[in-house]
Design a protein around this ligand. Structure first.
Ligand code: ATP
Ligand code: MG
Ligand code: ZN
Length: 322
């Protein structure tokens, strides 16, 4: 047994410290086994709060799932977990384990598995007061103890900034790649620059930058008006020599849909925001392609009870034979 990592017990016997080390080693093995079955890990991050990270993460996961990929969505914003609410998922994880001792994630549909601390909490309105090591441990458990199975993409929604959560992801998931979200204003861009430098510092590859809230889509005529500036995200991408993945305009329907738990950007349709998001999705796919042989189906997915895209109006996609 090696020396106690805390450096305080001074014991080399199989004491409490030794068993803690053994447990950590066992957890490392479980983490490695889980990650081995996940082809692409995408950390959605930004130096700035409220720029649309969770909105992008949720719609990216749904969009990729809708294309037939096997997707996982992991909410590591432990202080402000929003993913479950945005997806309208009401189920709670009760801690029940499968035979192999793993926790089944929430299942949004056949293609999309979700995990968030919020779905494990008794009272969703209670604030969570956690410090670094506990956050680190929660994220490690999200990977080690959850039955993710084989995934094409794992999307990870991070809180703003470059604190404990993105740092834990960088240390635990060595091949995670960052997708950086910004808005066009200089103040956001300055903060986002810090995220880019964080990625350099921890040697995390950057898939690219997406500029959200880029122009405003009038809900009456669907025309786009540049109420904020646009183009800052693209400039930042050039500055750091990373791909620019697109601009998504402000559309009031994104807010309403997010609040109602029915994500809008990935819902299919012809509005400028939905189209911009579809182009962004294609660019992400191009940056992180998955073997074509691994794609099982192309039928658009929808939740039971909503339209499956057959054109016959609301129908249940699990029973509709369209
Ligand atoms: N393109 C958009 N058009 C209109 N509203 C948007 C758009 N993108 C995000 N929003 C809205 O902006 C608000 C903040 O978005 P979101 O929660 O995704 O940001 P965030 O970066 O995850 O925030 P936090 O830093 O608190 O985690 C939400 O109300 C969301 O609906
Ligand atoms: Mg968020
Ligand atoms: Zn108009």
């Amino acid at each position: 047994m090696s020396k106690c990592s805390s450096g305080t017990c001074g014991s080399k016997k199989a004491s409490g410290c030794g068993s803690a080390e053994a447990a950590a080693a066992q957890q490392n093995t479980a983490i490695a086994a889980s990650l081995d079955r996940i082809k692409n890990k995408i950390l959605v991050m930004s130096g700035k709060g409220g720029v649309g990270k969770s909105t992008i993460a949720v719609n990216l996961a749904l969009g990729l799932a809708g294309k037939g990929y096997r997707v996982g969505l992991m909410d590591v914003d432990l202080h402000g977990p929003d993913v479950v609410r945005m997806l309208g998922l009401s189920g709670r994880m009760d801690g029940a384990r499968t035979k192999d001792g793993k926790m089944p994630p929430l299942q949004y549909n056949d293609q999309l598995k979700v995990i968030s601390l919020e779905s494990m909490m008794e009272n969703r309105d209670e604030p969570i007061i956690w410090r670094g090591p506990l956050k680190n441990q929660a994220i490690r458990q999200f990977i080690a103890d959850v039955n993710w199975g084989d995934l094409d993409y794992l999307i990870i929604d991070a809180p703003p900034g470059t604190g404990d959560e993105p740092m834990t992801v960088a240390h635990t998931i060595k091949d995670a790649k960052a997708l950086v979200v910004t808005t066009p204003q200089n103040i956001a861009l300055a903060d986002v620059r810090k995220s880019m430098n964080f990625c350099k510092h921890v040697s995390m590859k950057i898939i690219g930058i997406v500029e959200n809230m880029s122009g405003f889509v009038c809900p009456h005529c669907d025309k786009t008006v540049d109420i904020f500036k646009t183009g800052g995200g693209e400039q930042l991408a050039h500055e750091f020599s990373v791909p620019f993945l697109g601009s998504i305009p402000v559309d009031p329907r994104v807010v309403i849909a997010g609040d109602d738990g029915i994500p809008y950007l990935s819902s299919g349709g012809t509005s400028p925001a939905i189209q911009a998001f579809a182009e962004f999705l294609v660019r992400v796919e191009k940056e992180l392609p998955v073997n074509v042989g691994a794609i099982p189906m192309v039928k658009p997915l929808a939740k039971a009870g909503s339209s499956c895209g057959c054109g016959s109006g609301p129908c249940n996609p699990t029973t509709c034979d369209c």
